[in-house]
Design a protein around this ligand. Structure first.
Ligand SMILES: Cc1cc2nc3c(=O)[nH]c(=O)nc-3n(C[C@H](O)[C@H](O)[C@H](O)COP(=O)(O)OP(=O)(O)OC[C@H]3O[C@@H](n4cnc5c(N)ncnc54)[C@H](O)[C@@H]3O)c2cc1C
Length: 314
């Protein structure tokens, strides 16, 4: 890398959004630089079967899928730095990115830093993640078709997850620490009408129990406000207490909503700063899928190419 010459495009993050942006930018001749972050490959690195990414008849493993995306991005000339962005200066072009190791100047940036599900932090949660514990009904609900599952949470995410699961599972328990839901009324009404959904109010889940060798959970421990403790047999456990986008870095530098999701123009990945684009879960509170993240990654590279050419940078 020539430190005096700004990069055309720097992609922050190496999940599906980042790799797709890299593939499109590289094939457009932009010679992209990617800063991978600490979790190279993003969220799919911590999952097993992925059944809904198009192109594969049989389930593929999350880490394998990400390795393919990395190889594809590199095959067209993407340079990948195993580094982490600590600070950004978006005031003037070229933008400046301060990483653990250096300062990078870039004429456009794609932010693809993703998001993380919020977890309960209880015993068994990490151990059974991907083996019965999930934070994504759209991703994993199908594995529990005809079975009994529990959803923890009381906001829109929890109700949407429970509604989705109610169409697949035999029984869905919604467990909430209060005695009413926070979700929008219309969603609540839809859920209350579902005959296979049961509510467990004023309760916290304190432990997830199963067979670690068989990687299969079989029950959860629930403690209510009166300190009564019960075991609930279930096959799947969905944590739906929100997500945290990885955007601390951009606070007060880019427009974002109250939860930290980066604002983008409708049908676009343009942020409120020209030349800065955001793609994937970092800007998407609704879909949060690998394929939608990849779609936005594609859009961001096309939009960056158009920005650079309008500024006669390329
Ligand atoms: C357990 C699990 C299972 C899932 N299963 C499915 C599934 O079956 N199908 C599906 O479609 N979706 C699934 N998802 C959702 C899917 O993984 C996400 O929607 C998708 O990964 C989002 O892609 P992204 O590129 O936006 O961000 P991410 O995949 O979150 O990647 C973010 C990247 O940004 C990097 N980063 C963060 N901060 C910095 C920084 N400061 N500097 C540099 N880099 C940074 C990280 O290291 C990471 O590489 C699953 C998610 C989880 C957690």
């Amino acid at each position: 890398m020539n430190i005096n010459k700004p990069e055309n495009i720097t992609i922050i993050g190496s999940g599906p959004a980042g790799y797709t942006a890299a593939i499109y930018a590289a094939r457009a001749g932009l010679s992209p630089l990617m800063i991978s972050g600490l979790e190279q490959g993003g969220q799919l690195m911590i999952t097993t079967d992925v059944e809904n990414y198009p192109g594969f008849e049989k389930p593929v493993q999350g880490p394998w899928l990400m390795e393919q995306m990395k190889n594809q991005a590199e095959s067209f000339g993407t340079r990948i730095l195993l580094d982490f962005v600590k600070d950004v200066d978006l005031e003037t072009l070229p933008f400046k990115l301060k990483t653990e190791k250096q300062v990078i100047k870039s004429n456009s940036i794609v932010i693809a830093t993703g998001a993380k599900a919020n977890w309960l932090g209880i015993k068994g949660e990490q151990e059974f993640m991907g083996f019965g514990v999930s934070a994504c009904a759209t991703c994993d609900g199908f594995f529990f078709k005809g079975k009994d599952v529990a959803v923890v949470g009381g906001g829109n995410t929890a109700v949407e997850e429970a509604l989705f699961l109610s169409n697949l599972c035999k029984k869905v328990y919604v467990i909430h620490r209060r005695d009413n839901l926070r979700a929008e009324k219309i969603l609540q009404e839809r859920l209350f009408k579902k005959e296979n959904v049961n509510f467990i109010w004023d309760s916290n889940v304190t432990e997830i129990i199963g067979d670690l060798e068989k990687k299969k959970l079989h029950s959860i421990t629930i403690k209510n406000k009166k300190n009564e403790v019960n075991q609930l047999p279930i096959d799947g456990f969905f944590v739906a207490i929100g997500h945290s986008p990885a955007t601390n870095l951009f606070k007060n530098k880019l427009q974002m909503d109250n939860d930290g999701y980066i604002f983008t123009e409708p049908n676009s990945t343009k942020t409120d700063i020209e030349g800065v684009f955001a793609a994937g879960d970092v800007t998407d509170r609704l879909y949060r899928q690998a394929v939608t993240a990849a779609g936005m990654g594609c859009m961001s590279a096309i939009e960056a190419e158009s920005f650079l050419s309008s500024r006669k940078i390329i």
